[in-house]
Structures are given as structure tokens and as C-alpha cells.
Write a protein that binds this ligand. Structure first.
Ligand SMILES: Nc1ncnc2c1ncn2[C@@H]1O[C@H](COP(=O)(O)OP(=O)(O)O)[C@@H](O)[C@H]1O
Ligand SMILES: [Mg+2]
Length: 100
């Protein structure tokens, strides 16, 4: 891990089996981690989190970096998702990004 970046793993111990293409999942994860690291040029905390919520599983990549302003966010996600994220004050949600 890049200097000054603390990696936190917050992984749920009881996740069900997920039907997904491992190489695509890997690619999404790598891209999100690279983005997160780029957003923390002077260090910070990168958290990889998995959650189980009723009938779905979430994989969350969280950083303590610069965040996204409205313009960047507008370009990054489809309108409905953007609206929900904006309403909830979220900068980015990894599982949703896989459907883009
Ligand atoms: N974790 C993040 N924190 C802050 N801004 C981000 C993050 N991830 C992406 N961005 C912003 O969104 C833009 C688009 O990201 P991306 O689709 O990965 O394209 P690129 O990395 O080629 O610019 C980035 O240039 C950056 O401004
Ligand atoms: Mg990027």
C-alpha cells in the first residue's frame, strides 16, 4: 500500500456465495482502489467493506480523500443513482458502479 495510506479491512464473516465474474469483479475493485489512492495524495484511510443485507451483498470501497464535487459526480453516474447518492450525501457506491 502507498505510503501514508492505512488499509482497513472490514469484511463480513458470513457472506453467501455470489454469482459474478471474478475477473470483472477484480477489475472493478482495482479501478476503485486506484481512484481512492489517487484521491488521497497526502495519505488517508482506505476501507474495504463487505455487507450482507437481506438478499444482496455490498462491496464498499471508501476513502478519506478529496471527495467528488457536484460536477464530477454528475458525469460519473446515471441520473437516478446520482440523485439517490446526492440525497444521502454519498460520494460513491461501489456495487452500483458495477451496473454502469
Ligand atoms: N475515490 C474518489 N475520490 C474522489 N474523486 C474521485 C474518486 N474516484 C473518481 N474520482 C473522480 O472522478 C473522475 C472520474 O474517475 P474515473 O472514471 O476513474 O476516470 P479517470 O480516473 O480516468 O479520471 C476522476 O478523474 C476523479 O476526479
Ligand atoms: Mg480513475
Amino acid at each position: 500500500m502507498k505510503e501514508g495510506i492505512e488499509l482497513v479491512r472490514d469484511l463480513s464473516p458470513d457472506l453467501p456465495e455470489v454469482h459474478a465474474d471474478p475477473s470483472q469483479l477484480n477489475q472493478v475493485l482495482v479501478n476503485l482502489v486506484i481512484n481512492a489512492v489517487q484521491a488521497m495524495p497526502s495519505g488517508g484511510r482506505l476501507t474495504l467493506r463487505t455487507l450482507r443485507d437481506k438478499d444482496h451483498v455490498s462491496l464498499i470501497v471508501e476513502d478519506t480523500g478529496t471527495g467528488m464535487d457536484g460536477e464530477v459526480l454528475k458525469k460519473s453516474t446515471p441520473h437516478s443513482l446520482r440523485r439517490r447518492m446526492w440525497d444521502k450525501g454519498l460520494a460513491w457506491a461501489c456495487p452500483s458502479s458495477m451496473e454502469l
